[in-house]
Design a protein around this ligand. Structure first.
Ligand SMILES: [Fe+2]
Ligand SMILES: [Fe+2]
Length: 328
């Protein structure tokens, strides 16, 4: 059985713990997978619980900016695509909460950490979605950044996380594609539509680049996370990869990336982007973004309004269990 602590009260490792640690280190060294019942260091468990639950919270909070536009989608087709996308995000949250529960923290507790505690979620979802074009910019840039971040996580050393990411990434590709298509139609429409698309990209470009997290020099947890084969590339490497990807795509859209310093560096073969405003990032992460209070209030209300559903489901499960007992 997996043990949280590796050192007993006396400070001496038990033989089982020594064996568990050796097996864990071997799994990591050969780039294999850790399953929930395997022994794992307490720090590994803690770090994964934090990362995976933040990821789950982000999926759930991320439904809000887009749900806001479902009733105002410009056509039935757009409405059904957007609804499918928002439902996918709910599914991503559920897979990730389930995967996190395998580390020993219940979903109720994780939810409480978000709603009544200080659990974090991706800063990007604290920006408002002001126009229909924002649905395009979010799909193209935000889901696009999510893909770049998440594809390497399909190989994360913690098996339930990696497995959840495989399906999530497939769905993210559809999300990015629908965002691209919204922007493409707008940017090839009337001048006012093109302007709306450009304005959306202007507002989401820098916050999307910040989704990869602080620069490597200011990201102390990254190193450990890479040593454990959870993360495969650093924040800056992933950000760089993303910029390289969207430069060509922006050209195809006929839109401009709002970055006066963007240039191709022949020597490194990479696109260099502007410095980002990391003070803004920290402010938004800590609750000072334009929509933090609104997002949390809505999440709390939805949770409290849904109490009867959870109670009914629990009562039903109890009844079923009683029936099974009677049969047995
Ligand atoms: Fe998602
Ligand atoms: Fe998505």
């Amino acid at each position: 059985m997996a043990e949280q602590s590796s050192v007993g009260a006396t400070g001496v490792l038990s033989p089982q713990e020594v064996a568990g640690r050796e097996a864990f280190e071997e799994l990591i060294a050969e780039d294999s997978r850790v399953e929930p019942r395997d022994w794992m260091p307490a720090d590994y468990r803690k770090s994964l619980t934090r990362q995976m639950s933040q990821h789950a919270h982000s999926e759930i909070i991320g439904m809000q900016p887009e749900a806001n536009w479902i009733t105002r989608a410009p056509s039935l087709k757009r409405k059904s695509i957007l609804m499918a996308k928002v439902q996918d995000e709910a599914g991503h949250g559920l897979y990730l909460y389930s995967a996190t529960e395998t580390l020993g923290t219940s979903r109720d507790e994780l939810t409480d950490q978000l709603i009544y505690g200080s659990a974090k979620y991706s800063s990007i979802f604290n920006y408002p979605a002001r126009s229909w074009a924002d649905m395009g910019a979010i799909g193209w840039l935000v889901d696009g950044a999510a893909i770049v971040n998440q594809v390497p996580l399909c190989r994360a050393s913690y098996a339930p996380y990696g497995r959840a990411m495989v399906r999530i990434c497939k769905e993210e590709s559809f999300h990015q594609r629908q965002g691209w298509e919204i922007l493409y139609e707008l940017s090839h429409g009337s001048p006012a539509q093109k302007q709306m698309a450009q304005d959306a990209v202007d507002r989401f470009y820098a916050p999307a680049l910040m989704m990869f997290g602080p620069p490597d020099a200011d990201s102390p947890n990254s190193q450990q996370s890479m040593a454990w084969n959870i993360k495969r590339f650093s924040n800056d490497e992933l950000r760089q990869r993303f910029v390289g990807m969207i430069v060509e795509q922006a050209e195809a859209l006929g839109l401009t990336l709002p970055d006066p310093e963007l240039r191709f560096d022949e020597e490194s073969g990479q696109w260099i982007h502007q410095d980002l405003d990391w003070d803004e990032f920290m402010r938004v992460i800590k609750g000072g973004g334009p929509c933090n209070a609104q997002r949390m209030a809505r999440r709390r209300d939805a949770h409290e309004d849904g109490a009867w559903v959870r109670e009914a489901a629990a009562a039903y499960a109890r009844d079923r269990a009683d029936e099974m007992d009677e049969v047995a």
